[in-house]
Structure formats: structure tokens, C-alpha cells
Design a protein around this ligand. Structure first.
Ligand code: GAL
Length: 682
């Protein structure tokens, strides 16, 4: 094994493939930041206990595993969070309907509670058997466990005996002749931080990106979009970003990347709404329609199959990237577009088969379709990110597929599945593998379901309403048919007011959340994360899939509409305070809490110092936030805010640290240091 960084080891088995996630990395390992992390645990096994063999179908690797090991990671997982005892099939799939491991952003990385993490540097559809299988004869002497039936019942029939001996992790990588493994030492949080810093550190979105987003109806024309802009301001709904859906293209499946008949004066619309404080995000995907202006140029740098009659550009080739980048830079980025929604770049297994290219596709770079499916989400993000870097403007964008080493990419994942319970699991799971996830609000059964979903959304990485199917905001009408007929529901005023409160709450939390992202970039600690990452030794949190930390101080316990108005929560050791009412609850135990449909249970840690901003309707380069400091409990505490221009890459060198310290029995003390602009006033 070769030491790559402090607590990071590389093991090369056989002859690795040419195309790997590492080969396409655009962000260097944050070596110094990794040095600063403690290593509380060494690898729990010796190198010699990792075995591997080359078989006809590829590579099989075996690692030791104990019966009590808990396993997290594997990218965005919507069906479960703890993967011990599970088979994980790491394959990109836009419809992760079952708990197989497939999904929009599967990542061949896991972290084990035994004190290590493993990243397999491959684009192959890899299967990880996390303690599910034992070798021939392992159970032959286990007569105590494997008793004969003494009764017939389904329980007895299926009471599979968990092997008492140590289990194994078995990794099956097809097609490859060899592979590189990276092993990360430490406790669960240390491993996750190490992996994220190894990836290049977390992204720092522009402040506007953390505000509220509204994706407008796909059939909207430029006047409708302007009307939305006006209406949100009149109704004091603080929306920062307007997203345009497929209708803006003159042909969208596949794409022309040209404005349609609905937007004859699109530049005027962009300029007018930009002056009113809005940002624009454009929907697209990478399948290039014959009438796209750069179609011919891409012909020799595309795969040998089409999707929706469009070319599939080979983004592993410099020319394909350049053609795409140049066009996007000149026609959109320089014209005031702040980001893109990179749709449909995940493999689709359930839709008609022309929704995806075959795994056997050959790309001119030499990649095959399987590798390209696993790579394309990240290659597409890299390409867009390069444009914004060149323009010295930060983007915050959306993408429907991602993969390994993605922490530095300012893109948020989303899905078409719309199951709120699963979306909450996504919030909990994404942070283990350097991903950001948006539990977007789209379809909702009724107004209370809308509120429940919006509560989760405002406490997520991306506060987004995706109204691409409905011409009126969902708070005016949740029934799609009636919405299409422009019929408002009777309760529209009530739901408008309740949604406004949630949007304003998000705006209050912007500086707090921004700090969590700056720390993500410096320490690798995910801004939104599972309780396991802050309480790794508390066994009671290991299976929790519906509570999470939002920044360092807030614990969020969302409810779905179906769950009604009360739920069980678990609070780790210590005192906790209801964020809205201040009510104190003791931790180290479960509680049943009630929350009306317009309330969400959120708790602040003892000693929490939470700076809140007076909500602004949108954030610009000269916005100065008026801050109020809230403190919770008796314990001493502090919080660090970061000030910079909030939108360019100048933050890397010009940034202030504003430290708020709360000592017992005295007012919080604020100190500021750095060379950045002053953006917070107290
Ligand atoms: C889907 C996407 C939706 C919407 C739609 C438009 O793939 O997930 O959010 O953009 O395409 O066709």
C-alpha cells in the first residue's frame, strides 16, 4: 500500500483500467486539510487480509467484516441508509424503485463503523456484498445457530441465522483486469471528511444559490415568466432563482439549445428580471438534436448510438467539451444565465430503451457505454463548472446524475420519484459520499402535503419548487387538473401565507447555511448530514433514516403528510431546545413530539449560537444582511460566519471570519478578521 495522504492509502491490484473517476478529477487532493484531521483509528485489518483474484468476468476482492459493522455511503441512496447485510449494485439508474443500491448517483465508496472507508476507483457496475454471503462450508460446524425446525411458522421458516463468525465484504467488478483501491482510516466522520478532502473539498455555492428557487411551468412564454417575477415580488414570496424548463428550447428531446417561439425577446426578459434581483437557470440535457448549431462539429466526437435522435457527445474528449463549452459560454453564461439543470444524464432502465444509450456503445475516446453511464454526470458537471470558473462567477446548478469525487462540484441532485419519505432518506444518505440532494416539491396531494414537503426542502441543500407541470404556484392550487385550468383553491390565501413563512425562514438561515458550506470546503464535513456523523459512538442513531443535522447546531425531524401531526424522535445525549419555541428536551432518549401541519420539529443544541438574517427578497453583490443572534441553553458556544462577495471565486483569498462567542451570563461578543467586504451588520 502507498500512502497518498495522512490516513489515506492506495492499493493497486492488477492492471487498472484507463478510464477511472480519478483520471477525470479536476480538483486536487486537499493534502494540508487532510493533515489537520486526527486519525483516531488505524485500519482495522492488515493489507494481507485483503484478497483478490482475477476471474473470467473481472475482479473479485474480499475484505474482512465483523458482524456488528454498520455501513454507510454508496452515494445517493433513497431506499435505505445503513447498508450492513445488503447487496449494493452500484449502477446509475434514473428510477431507483427498489432497494438494490442503484440510483441517480451511485458511488463505489463506503464507510464502515469498524474504522475505515473504501473507495474503488472504477466506472464499472460494481457489486458490493456487505456481509451477505459466506464461503463454502463456513456454516458447516455452526450447529448451535443452524437448528432444525421445531414448528412450522413463517417466522421460523425465514429466521435466517446470522453467522456468528466474521463476515466478509465481497466486491465484484466486471470486465476489469485490475483496479485501484483507496482506504481511508478513522472514525465514521473522519473517514467521510477524509474522502471529501481527497475529492478536493466541498463546494461553496454563491449565496443566491442557497435562496429559494422556482421552476416555472414548461409551457410558459416570456410574458408568463415576467408575470411570475412580478407576482412573487408583489406577494412578498422571496424567490431568488427562476428555472426555465424544456419549453425554452426550440426542440427539447433531444435539445437544440436554441430559444423557442415562446421567447422571441428572451434577452429583454433576462435583463429585466435580473435587474429585479432574479437569477436564471436553464433546463437541458446532453443529447444533441440535428438542428442544434454545433451538431455537425460533434459528429466525430460522439458515441455510436443516439438518444432521442440526438448525438451523445463524448465528454471524455477535449473537442466535444470545447464545442459544448464555447457555445454555452457565449450564448448563455455571458448573457446572464447563472446555471443549468442537467437533466436525463442518468441511465434509464424502465423507460423505453431509446431513453438511454446501450452499455455496448463505443465512444471515440475508447470508453464503452457502461463506463460512460457512470462517468457522464460528473463529466457534464465538470464542463459547466469550467465555464463558470473562467468567467469568475460561481454557479449553483442541478444535475440528475453524479458519482465519485463530486464534493467540489456545486450541483444538487434531484429525482422524478416524488416519494417524500424516500426523499428524506436521500437528505440523510447523500452527505456520506460528497453529494448534495434536493427533496424538491413537485406533486403534492393537498395543501398540508405541500407544507410538509416544503418544510423538508427549506431544511435541505436546495430550496426548490419544481412547478414545471403547473402554470400556477402550488400554494394557489395543488390539484394539477384544476391548476392547469387556472382555478385557485379556496384555501389559497392560507397556503400562500404559510409557504411565505417557510421561504422567509430559509432566507433567515442563509448566512448560517453558508458557513456550513465554507466549512465543508475546508474540513470536508458535509453541511447536511446523518446523526451518525456527529454521534458516531451513539448506537441509537445508527439506523435513523428520518432525522438529520442541518449545519452544526440544528437537528431536523421532518414529517410526511401521511405521518400526521406527531412522531417519535431520538435526541442524542445533552439538552436540546425547540428552535421555534425554546422548549427544552433532554437528550439520550426518545420523545414523541407533536407538530401541526404548519410546524416542523427542529431542535438546537445546548450552547448553540445561531445567527439569523432579516429576510431579503434576493441576494446581490451589495446586500448587507441585518443579523440577529439567537442563543440556546446554558452552555457556552460560538459560531463563525464568513463574509466575502458571495458570488465570485474571490472568496478563496478575500474572506472575513466573523466569530460570535457566547460566554455564560454575558452578551455574545463579535470579532471580525480578514480582508473581505463587510456583509453582516449586527
Ligand atoms: C424530467 C425532470 C423534471 C422535468 C422534466 C421536463 O426529466 O426530472 O424535473 O424537468 O424532465 O421534461
Amino acid at each position: 500500500m502507498i500512502k497518498t495522504a495522512n490516513g489515506v492509502w492506495k492499493l493497486t491490484l492488477g492492471e487498472p483500467e484507463q478510464f477511472t473517476p480519478e483520471r477525470f478529477r479536476e480538483n486536487a487532493i486537499k493534502i494540508e486539510e487532510i493533515e489537520r484531521l486526527p486519525v483516531s483509528q488505524k485500519l482495522p485489518f492488515k493489507e494481507t487480509s485483503i484478497s483478490w483474484e482475477k476471474t473470467k468476468r473481472g475482479i473479485t476482492i474480499t475484505l474482512p467484516m465483523k458482524t456488528d459493522e454498520d455501513i454507510y455511503g454508496f452515494g445517493l441512496q433513497l431506499q435505505s441508509v445503513n447498508h450492513a447485510g445488503r447487496r449494493r449494485y452500484i449502477k446509475v439508474n434514473s428510477d431507483p424503485a427498489a432497494n438494490t443500491g442503484e440510483g441517480h448517483a451511485p458511488v463505489p465508496f463506503y464507510v464502515s463503523s469498524a474504522g475505515y472507508g473504501l473507495f474503488v476507483n472504477t466506472f464499472r457496475y460494481t457489486t458490493f456484498l456487505m456481509g451477505t454471503n459466506t464461503g463454502r462450508g463456513t456454516s458447516s460446524h455452526m450447529t448451535a445457530e443452524n437448528k432444525i425446525h421445531e414448528e412450522f411458522s413463517e417466522a421460523a421458516l425465514y429466521a435466517l441465522k446470522r453467522a456468528k463468525e466474521e463476515r466478509s465484504v465481497i466486491i465484484d467488478i466486471p470486465a476489469a483486469d485490475g483496479v485501484e483501491l483507496y482506504l481511508f482510516e478513522g472514525s465514521i466522520p473522519e473517514v467521510v471528511q477524509r474522502y471529501n478532502l481527497f475529492s478536493g473539498g466541498g463546494c461553496v455555492p454563491p449565496m443566491w444559490g442557497l435562496g429559494n428557487w422556482y421552476r416555472v411551468y414548461g409551457g410558459s412564454d416570456e410574458n408568463d415568466v415576467k408575470a411570475f417575477g412580478k407576482q412573487f415580488r408583489e406577494e412578498q414570496i422571496p424567490i431568488s432563482v427562476l428555472g426555465l424548463e424544456p419549453g425554452w428550447h426550440s426542440h427539447s428531446y433531444s435539445c437544440t439549445y436554441k430559444w423557442s417561439y415562446l421567447f422571441p425577446n428572451h434577452q429583454e426578459m433576462i435583463d429585466e428580471l435580473t435587474a429585479a434581483g432574479y437569477r436564471f437557470n436553464l433546463w437541458e440535457h446532453l443529447y444533441v438534436y440535428p438542428m442544434a448549431p454545433f451538431y455537425q462539429e460533434l459528429m466525430d466526437v460522439s458515441g455510436d448510438y443516439e438518444v432521442w435522435n440526438g448525438l451523445v457527445p463524448d465528454f471524455a474528449m477535449e473537442k466535444a467539451c470545447r464545442v459544448f463549452e464555447d457555445y454555452h459560454r457565449e450564448n448563455f453564461v455571458k448573457k446572464g444565465i447563472s446555471g443549468f439543470k442537467l437533466d436525463e444524464c442518468d441511465n434509464s432502465d424502465y423507460n423505453p430503451s431509446n431513453w438511454a444509450f446501450p452499455d455496448s456503445t463505443q465512444f471515440p475516446s475508447g470508453m464503452d457505454g457502461e463506463q460512460m453511464h457512470m462517468a457522464i454526470g460528473v463529466l457534464y458537471q465538470n464542463l459547466i463548472q469550467r465555464i463558470y470558473k473562467q468567467e469568475n462567477a460561481r454557479t449553483y446548478s442541478q444535475v440528475r446524475s453524479s458519482g465519485a469525487l463530486a464534493a467540489p462540484l456545486p450541483f444538487v441532485l434531484y429525482s422524478d420519484l416524488y416519494n417524500h419519505k424516500q426523499f428524506i432518506k436521500g437528505v440523510v444518505s447523500a452527505g456520506f459520499s460528497g453529494l448534495l440532494w434536493c427533496p424538491e416539491v413537485r406533486d403534492c396531494a393537498n395543501g398540508d402535503d405541500l407544507l410538509r414537503r416544503l418544510q423538508t426542502v427549506v431544511f435541505s441543500a436546495h430550496s426548490l419548487i419544481n412547478s414545471w407541470r403547473i402554470p400556477m404556484a402550488p400554494w394557489k392550487q395543488t390539484d394539477i387538473k384544476k391548476n392547469l385550468a387556472k382555478e385557485e383553491m379556496e384555501t389559497a390565501d392560507y397556503y400562500t401565507a404559510e409557504c411565505r413563512k417557510l421561504f422567509e425562514l430559509r432566507m433567515q438561515l442563509l448566512p448560517y447555511l453558508y458557513s456550513a458550506f465554507v466549512e465543508y470546503s475546508k474540513t470536508g464535513k458535509p453541511p447536511i448530514r446523518s446523526l451518525v456523523l456527529d454521534y458516531p459512538d451513539d448506537l441509537a442513531v445508527r439506523m435513523i433514516e428520518d432525522q438529520y443535522l442541518f449545519g452544526d447546531s440544528l437537528l431536523v425531524c421532518p414529517l410526511t403528510y401521511e405521518e400526521g401531526t406527531s412522531r417519535k424522535i431520538y435526541l442524542p445525549e445533552g439538552s436540546w431546545y425547540n428552535f421555534f419555541t425554546g422548549e427544552k428536551l433532554e437528550g439520550g432518549r426518545e420523545h414523541t413530539v407533536s407538530a401541526a401541519y404548519n410546524e416542523i420539529p427542529v431542535f438546537a443544541k445546548d450552547g448553540a449560537v445561531i445567527p439569523l438574517a432579516k429576510p431579503v427578497e434576493s441576494v446581490s453583490r451589495d446586500t448587507v444582511f441585518e443579523m440577529e443572534i439567537r442563543t440556546f441553553g446554558e452552555a457556552e458556544g460560538s459560531f463563525c460566519l464568513y463574509e466575502d462577495d458571495f458570488e465570485t471565486f474571490a472568496w478563496e483569498t478575500e474572506q472575513n471570519r466573523v466569530v460570535i462567542e457566547k460566554k455564560a451570563d454575558s452578551e455574545p461578543v463579535i470579532t471580525r478578521e480578514g480582508n473581505g467586504p463587510v456583509r453582516y451588520c449586527f
